[in-house]
Design a protein around this ligand. Structure first.
Ligand SMILES: Nc1nc2c(ncn2[C@@H]2O[C@H](COP(=O)(O)OP(=O)(O)O)[C@@H](O)[C@H]2O)c(=O)[nH]1
Ligand SMILES: [Mg+2]
Length: 151
């Protein structure tokens, strides 16, 4: 039987959350044609994984003024995927933990094609099992799918 789970994508604005959600939905999706518009509130994308489980990806706004529901986004989430940069503006781990305490978190190093080795190291020290993901180069997308399959 396939399962349906809610997963929230969170992180600062412009860390590439919507791009990764699009890429999970569509292998043919072209990064270069994507026009970014800050997500208003939330977009929910239903993604069927290779193992037939379905994740409803809640692609949440990272920008404060667009975060209408506050912690309400996290209700009944199975897990969070947190998009990190070396200079996160907001402490998303604390934010999620406050609402969803013990649920699993997948830490993503966002826009990995732009990260230097030093920046990667800084992030790996903070989040030892971080997955570096780029919707531009494709790095880490399959690994992210495999992690989502385990949730
Ligand atoms: N170089 C690079 N830029 C990215 C990547 N993902 C997103 N971007 C850029 O960041 C902008 C914002 O992406 P978006 O997915 O809307 O970010 P969100 O606000 O986190 O949903 C995009 O228009 C791209 O220019 C990536 O993997 N690599
Ligand atoms: Mg977005």
């Amino acid at each position: 039987m396939s399962k349906v789970s809610k997963i929230v994508f969170i992180g600062d604005g412009a860390t590439g959350k919507t791009c990764v959600a699009r890429r999970l939905l569509d292998d043919e999706w072209r990064f270069s044609a994507f026009k970014s518009v800050p997500t208003l509130g939330v977009e929910v994308h239903s993604v069927e994984l290779p193992n037939s489980n379905v994740v409803n990806v809640w692609d949440c706004a990272g920008v404060e003024k667009n975060r209408g529901l506050g912690d309400g986004y996290y209700i009944q989430a199975k897990a969070a995927v947190i998009f990190h940069t070396p200079n996160d503006v907001r402490d998303w781990v604390r934010d999620f933990r406050r609402a969803c305490m013990k649920k699993p978190i997948v830490h993503v190093g966002a826009r990995a094609d732009e990260l230097t080795n030093e920046e990667r190291e800084v992030l790996m020290r903070k989040y030892p099992n971080i997955v570096f993901v780029s919707s531009k180069s494709g790095e880490g997308i399959n690994e992210l799918v495999e992690l989502l399959e385990q949730i």
